[in-house]
Design a protein around this ligand. Structure first.
Ligand SMILES: Cc1ncc(C[n+]2csc(CCOP(=O)(O)OP(=O)(O)O)c2C)c(N)n1
Ligand code: SF4
Length: 300
């Protein structure tokens, strides 16, 4: 625990486990930005939790001196929701890759968003499955590089070949998806633009409700898109009103530009605030004891 007299530094936040990402991996930039955010806001690490799924990005909690949980592929959001509901005083970061968030775990996103659970969900989007060596993901563009092609060997004789399903399938649009699900905070950052990323994360953490931050975080080993994104990346128009959901949609659908910044932010009651209110003032259709005993399982 950090006392009020002590100032939190990067040394306090770095765990004994050194990151083992490949040289140049975008995830290093995200780790730095998250640490800078915790330091900038002087969050007490004993009141911070990092929850991840599986993937290169899923290693994240191991590198930070805070509560951490490295769960199963695609299931970070439900676990993090339990953590936040049972421990509302914790600042909860959820970390994942595009596969974790928009492929196998995509079914959890609408529900975390509509409940408005106060989580900061950082999706390190490299448009590829990094950990399993380069298969296309839900955000891989249709003309994804040949190097992401999966070598396919079927069980039956003669069933061999190359599969590149992404060549025929359109990618999902994470910003438009989060807007459709009514996430109360939707933003895009880029690991190649660290100052801007830090600003976005600071606002996302301070936002009371569900924040989806898509961070373009290239995979230098299997799909190095740094130059591509550097050409497309630009700030959102200065006159964008981030409470205007329709305007946010229009900007999200401009696919020839990669806008960075906060597309959308509105205030609405968080799920945990509503649950706390129900526990304090139960109604006939609500069993506070059962809910309290369920939440106890997640308490630290
Ligand atoms: C249920 C399940 N299915 C498949 C896998 C294999 N698997 C591990 S990581 C991964 C994809 C990782 O890609 P992504 O989430 O984009 O993260 P990255 O490694 O790129 O950071 C897959 C398919 C698994 N661990 N569990
Ligand atoms: S394989 Fe790609 S995503 Fe994974 S650590 Fe290496 S560069 Fe990063």
């Amino acid at each position: 625990m950090i006392t009020t007299e002590q100032k939190l530094t990067i040394k306090d936040l770095k765990s004994a486990v050194k990151p083992i990402w490949c040289p140049g991996c975008g995830d290093y930039g995200v780790l730095n930005a998250v640490m800078k955010t915790i330091i900038g806001l002087q969050l007490d690490p004993s009141h911070v939790a990092m929850v991840s799924g599986i993937g290169c990005s899923g290693r994240f909690p191991a590198f930070v001196n805070a509560y951490g949980f490295h769960g199963v592929h695609g299931r970070a959001l439900p676990f993090a929701s339990g953590v936040k509901l049972a421990n509302p005083d914790l600042t909860v970061f959820v970390l994942g890759g595009d596969g974790d968030a928009f492929s196998i775990g995509a079914g959890h996103l609408p529900h975390a968003a509509r409940r408005n659970i106060d989580l900061t969900y950082i999706v390190m989007d490299n448009s590829i499955y990094g950990l399993t060596k380069g298969q296309p993901s839900a955000t891989s563009p249709a003309d994804v590089l040949q190097q992401s092609t999966v070598k396919y060997k079927g069980r039956r004789k003669g069933m061999t070949g190359m599969l590149n399903l992404a060549q025929t399938v359109s990618p999902v649009n994470p910003i438009a998806m989060a807007l459709a699900y009514e996430a109360s905070f939707v933003a895009r950052g880029f690991s190649g633009a660290p100052k801007e990323l830090h600003e976005i994360l600071k606002t996302a953490v301070l936002h009371r409700g569900f924040s989806l931050v898509q961070v373009i975080s290239p995979c230098t080993t299997f799909y190095d898109t740094y130059n591509y994104w550097r050409q497309l990346a630009q700030p959102l128009p200065a006159d964008h009103d981030c409470t205007d959901r329709a305007a946010a949609f229009r900007l999200a659908l401009e696919l020839d530009k990669a806008y960075l910044g906060i597309f959308y932010q509105v205030e609405r009651p968080s799920f945990e605030d509503q649950v706390a209110k129900l526990i304090a003032q139960p109604t006939d259709s609500f069993a506070p004891t059962a809910v309290a005993s369920l939440l106890n399982r997640f308490r630290r």
